[in-house]
Design a protein around this ligand. Structure first.
Ligand code: NAD
Length: 349
């Protein structure tokens, strides 16, 4: 039976408080595993999505971006910012919200906070990719940059890749202390480190997740031994990278959507004819992933719209039958669809 007009007029809205409640209700590691599955399923049907590099509005201090995509049935977009200076002002570096809509009617079906959801989906994507590329049996990860994303990354690698030890480093020791404190009781062995080099000792996986609006060199070539997997999250804007170019030249590089990554990712440092592999092709078996144990694999992650689409669709299913949303009166619903003005007049009361 088609929904009644009054039901159509309301849009489920997931607030930050609801999102946190939902995550606790399901369990954070379960959410990360579920999200990784949703994202992997959408990478398998990558070709049928509408794809475009995100639309970015840059300023001297940050960036505001819109990230749209559609699978032909549903349409989604995320609004997200990136402002490395924000934490000094008591604000998040990254905040976001997103919307899912029905392609058939064009009506929104979900509005959701996506600050927490972005941290979850980024971590789930990183770990899902590492499951395909990292050395088999990896147990230790270096986590460089211990800000807002870091605990989510550590937990996703535990739940999805079987990591049991994380070695933390941040230029700000207070960030490392916070991250170590938050990871207490999760079952991970947590080792705070004083330098980036120290954090990489014995690590098979290296995650860089720092925020700086410049070409930074978090990793230099001499720090990277053979056979590791690098999960580079923080370089995601023009002029904002984390790895020395020489590391890129030694690595086999995997990306989400090349048109966007060439502009925003670590590979903006390379010539445009440098070979890169699209991750969806590895996941569908059309391209090889890691081909030998000594190879350095690098996931040059910038975050792509399809990952947000998968996350929004997951949330829209997960809230069904729960109390973790409110109904927003967001759509005009006149009795006669052409009598919008009459509806306004009658509302005078
Ligand atoms: P945040 O500001 O909360 O944390 C960043 C941390 O990096 C801070 O603790 C800071 O002290 C540390 N840092 C800065 N320079 C460093 C250096 N040279 N060495 C070690 N640590 C250093 O930011 P966040 O929300 O955790 O995001 C981190 C980065 O990830 C941002 O650049 C953001 O844009 C990016 N990001 C990427 C994706 C993606 O999909 N690829 C998604 C979300 C965020």
């Amino acid at each position: 039976m088609p929904p009644l007009p009054s039901e159509l007029a309301y849009v489920p809205f997931v607030s930050v408080e609801h999102m946190m409640g939902l995550v606790h209700h399901i369990g954070i590691e379960n959410v990360l595993i579920d999200l990784a599955d949703e994202i992997e399923a959408d990478f398998k049907r990558w070709e049928l999505f509408d794809k475009t590099p995100r639309v970015a509005s840059h300023s001297d201090v940050g960036v505001i971006e819109l990230m749209p995509t559609s699978d032909g049935e549903m349409y989604g977009f995320k609004y997200v910012n990136g402002h490395p200076k924000n934490t000094k002002e008591g604000l998040q570096t990254v905040t976001a919200f997103g919307l899912l809509a029905d392609v058939n009617s064009g009506y929104p079906k979900l509005l959701s906070e996506m600050t927490v959801l972005t941290a979850l989906r980024t971590a789930a994507t990183s770990a899902m990719v590492a499951k395909h590329l990292a050395p088999k049996g990896s147990k230790t990860m270096a986590m460089i940059g211990n800000g807002a994303q870091s605990e989510f990354q550590c937990l996703a690698f535990k739940a999805i890749c079987g990591i049991d030890t994380v070695r933390l480093y941040d230029i700000d020791p207070a960030a490392t202390e916070k991250c170590a404190r938050n990871l207490q009781g999760t079952g991970l062995t947590v080792v705070p480190c004083k330098t980036g080099e120290e954090s990489m000792e014995g690590a098979q996986i290296i995650t860089t997740c720092t925020a700086d609006k410049q070409y930074a060199t978090i990793l230099t070539d001499n720090m990277i031994g053979e056979g590791v997997h690098i999960n580079a999250i923080g370089g995601d804007c023009p002029g904002k990278t984390e790895l020395h170019r020489d590391i890129l030249l030694r690595s086999k590089i995997f990306v989400e959507y090349p048109e966007q990554t060439w502009v925003e990712g670590e590979i903006q440092q390379l010539d445009k004819d440098h070979p890169i592999t699209e991750m969806w092709q590895v996941i569908t078996g059309q391209a090889p992933g890691r081909t030998d144990a000594k190879q350095i694999t690098l996931f040059d992650s910038v975050g792509f719209a399809i990952e947000d689409f998968s996350a929004l669709r997951y949330i829209s299913k997960a809230i069904e039958g729960t109390e973790f949303f409110t109904q927003l009166d967001m759509l005009a619903d006149p009795d006669d669809p052409r009598d919008l003005f009459g509806m306004l007049e009658r509302s005078k009361g």
